[in-house]
Design a protein around this ligand. Structure first.
Ligand code: NI
Length: 188
């Protein structure tokens, strides 16, 4: 089932998400999240973006075929903890399914060491690098209530203010189903 993606401005995107009890059955939710993410052509999706403030995100970077590291990067991360971020800062344009039509440069460290459960509740501790690390860092931020636009300079943020407001209001053109926090009742 395709779920509506929560748009910028919704308070759930600013909240720290809750730990999930070990062993909880999540298979239906995970399947719905994948369907929702693929429908929106995303490479990562965090539970708060579909209105659930729980510590779960999914990725599928396998579409980025020129990145050898991403060839098997279809993964589910449950109750993740970032243990360490190392390496050089590198900059790349990021976007977010909750913030359509805005892409801006964000600097992040190269490597991330993360502990997490997979969809079968097996515990892993692993280091990811490059694009895989970046996807993890972006999605992990969602669980901490952080959005990529939070890293922009005050000037840049001011320049985007109206665009962001229009996203909250639903005054945008977007190909997938969304839930807008400031949509007027008349539109619904
Ligand atoms: Ni995002």
């Amino acid at each position: 089932m395709i779920l509506p993606i929560v748009a910028y401005g919704d308070s759930i995107l600013k909240k720290k998400a809750e730990e999930i009890s070990v062993g909880t059955s999540l298979s239906e939710l995970i399947a719905d999240m994948y369907e929702t993410m693929y429908n929106a052509q995303g490479i990562g999706l965090a539970a708060p973006q579909i209105g659930k403030s729980i510590r779960l995100f999914i990725t599928d970077g396998t579409v980025l075929k020129d990145e050898p590291q991403l060839q098997d990067f279809k993964k589910v991360f449950i109750n993740p903890t970032i243990l360490e971020e190392t390496g050089q800062l590198w900059t790349m344009e990021e976007g977010c399914l909750s913030i359509p039509n805005i892409r801006e440069n964000v600097s992040r460290k190269e490597n991330v060491r993360i502990r997490y459960y997979d969809e079968n509740w097996n515990l892993h501790e692993k280091t990811y690098t490059g694009m895989a690390a970046r996807i993890i860092q972006h999605e992990y931020d969602h669980l901490e209530g952080i959005l990529f636009v939070d890293y922009l300079s005050p000037l840049k943020k001011r320049m985007l203010k109206n665009k962001l407001l229009n996203i909250s209001k639903g005054a945008i053109s977007v190909e997938y189903r969304m839930r807008f926090p400031m949509a007027s009742k008349a539109r619904v």
